[in-house]
Design a protein around this ligand. Structure first.
Ligand SMILES: CC(C)[C@H](C(=O)O)[C@@H](O)C(=O)O
Ligand code: SF4
Length: 489
């Protein structure tokens, strides 16, 4: 299964850069490459393997081969994509959804894998709940059959999404053959303006470099604006790496990382944590390390950003207008914009803040952590939503904390629904969908056609911006509603 090794060389011997001049990406790669083929493909050791309901394909492959799991202690299952967000105490009414959840339970039980199931107090979206448990640590390789696994890079982990046959390969061997990614550095320097969040930074990056701007790259996010982000913000930023084509995105670990991780159940405890943190401090790109690609951004120039089209790259500042395809020279791009405007039912040249919305969604592995909910609540407090919507915290722990802080009351009093945690309306697999033809302001990461339900229309933005859209019923600069209130960045 591991493939035949044509020529076995020590990974260090084929590293492209001298050891004293390596990026954090090289360091993580070299530390995990067991062997490297002549074609440059390396067999990587995998430290953490995460599974959700979509893993059944891989378990079917194991069953066909009569294979077992090599390192059951390194794999963790969690129920999220199909998790019902209401009525969790009773049995799951929808038989198809119940089957998906049962399958995950049965497959993990059969192989002796730990499962964070639907009613587990640690349940949540894999990319929210697993870091909360301290399972994602600096320096680890983390994989999951899910594209937004890049989220875990926020901790300085080498974390990437894999396909079903790769999931089977990891289950059987705890290793994976991978091509060494190109290295890209994205620097965001300077302070971010008041009310500007990691989501605005990420959408600005994608709008500039494009949905394929980081194709095949591992991205290191650097610069003073990135350093100043909380772990929640870094997770949002790394989460969206995949939407610019990146294989993964990461931030070198620092004191912010260590403070967030200390005391988490699966993190090293006490003196062992301090010793680990000493090692983790080495996980930074060397000063002269070379990247294959670079892009830089000025933090102060980043505005509240929303998408108008059907790709995350179709994003613009809230005070901009919908682009006019007639003014785009490149015919391919012009056609893509025409197509997007037709699907989104928008007029070229109209102001983005004139776009009326029918519904809002606050949730998903991009923006459903406690800071995200606080930011949305800061806008909604004492106000009524003009549009209906759903708030789904990213994990049961986030839900409990939000309730302790009274955020749930703010959402409910505004007229929004406060539900259990899961992927929910981000992808609609659990039945939470945006009805056909409706337009949703959403904190999620994908605005593809029909993403939130067949015929649904999605505008991506930050939690504060979704909250502002809920209040006015149209896309709105949240800063106007935050004036005089505490701004949660
Ligand atoms: C269903 C799952 C495999 C998928 C992914 O890979 O990302 C989903 O999480 C998504 O966000 O589209
Ligand atoms: S919340 Fe959305 S983006 Fe994240 S894992 Fe679930 S479906 Fe994918």
């Amino acid at each position: 299964m591991a493939g035949s090794v044509v020529a076995v060389k020590k990974a260090a011997a084929v590293a492209r850069t001298p050891p004293e001049n390596r990026t954090i990406i090289d360091k993580l790669w070299d530390a995990h490459a067991i062997t490297t083929r002549e074609d440059g493909t390396s067999l990587l050791w995998i430290d953490r393997h995460l599974l959700h309901e979509g893993s059944f394909h891989a378990f079917d492959q194991l069953a066909k081969r009569g294979a077992g799991v090599a390192h059951p202690e390194l794999t963790f299952g969690i129920a999220d994509h199909y998790a019902p967000t209401r009525g969790r105490d009773g049995s799951v009414a929808n038989p198809e959804i119940a089957r998906m959840l049962d399958q995950l339970s049965a497959n993990t039980a059969r192989h002796g894998l730990r499962l964070i199931g639907l009613r587990d107090p640690r349940q949540g979206i894999v990319h929210v709940a697993i870091p909360e448990q301290g399972l994602t640590l600096p320096g680890l390789t983390v994989v999951c059959g899910d594209s937004h696994t890049s989220t875990h890079g926020a901790f300085g982990a080498f974390a990437f999404g894999i396909g079903a046959s790769e999931v089977a390969h990891v289950l059987m061997t705890q290793t994976l053959w991978q091509k060494r990614p190109h290295r890209m550095r994205i620097v965001v320097d300077g302070p971010l303006g008041p009310g500007i969040t990691a989501k605005d930074v990420a959408l600005t990056i994608i709008a500039r470099i494009g949905a394929d701007g980081a194709q095949g790259c591992a991205i290191e996010y650097a610069g003073s604006a990135v350093r100043a982000l909380s772990m929640e913000g870094r997770m949002t930023l790394c989460n969206l790496s995949i939407e610019s084509g990146g294989r993964l995105g990461l931030v070198a670990p620092d004191e912010t990382t260590f403070a967030w991780l200390r005391g988490r159940p699966f993190a090293p405890q006490g003196a062992a944590f301090d010793a680990a943190a000493e090692d983790w401090r080495e996980l930074a790109s060397d000063p002269d390390a070379a990247f294959d690609r670079e892009a830089s951004f000025s933090g102060v120039e980043i505005a509240p950003t929303v998408t108008w089209g059907v790709s995350p790259e179709h994003a613009a500042p809230i005070d901009a207008t919908v682009p006019d395809p007639a003014r785009i020279a490149d015919e391919g791009r012009a056609q893509a914009v025409r197509d997007a405007l037709a699907y989104m039912d928008l007029r070229a040249g109209m102001r983005l803040d004139e776009i009326r919305i029918d519904r809002v969604f606050i949730g998903s592995c991009t923006n459903s952590r406690i800071e995200d909910l606080r930011a949305a609540a800061a806008v909604l407090a004492g106000r009524k939503a003009a549009a209906p919507g759903l708030v789904s915290p990213g994990s049961s722990a986030v839900k409990r904390q939000a309730e302790e802080e009274g955020l749930d009351r703010i959402f409910r009093e505004a007229g929004l629904e406060w539900v259990e945690s899961g992927c929910s309306m981000c992808v609609g697999m659990n039945g939470d969908i945006v009805p056909a033809g409706e337009r949703c302001a959403s904190t999620t990461n994908r605005n593809f056609k029909g993403r939130q339900g067949p015929g649904s229309r999605t505008h991506l933005m930050s939690p504060a911006m979704v909250a502002a859209a809920a209040v006015t019923g149209r896309l709105t600069d949240a800063r106007a509603l935050l004036a005089g209130r505490e701004v949660v960045g």
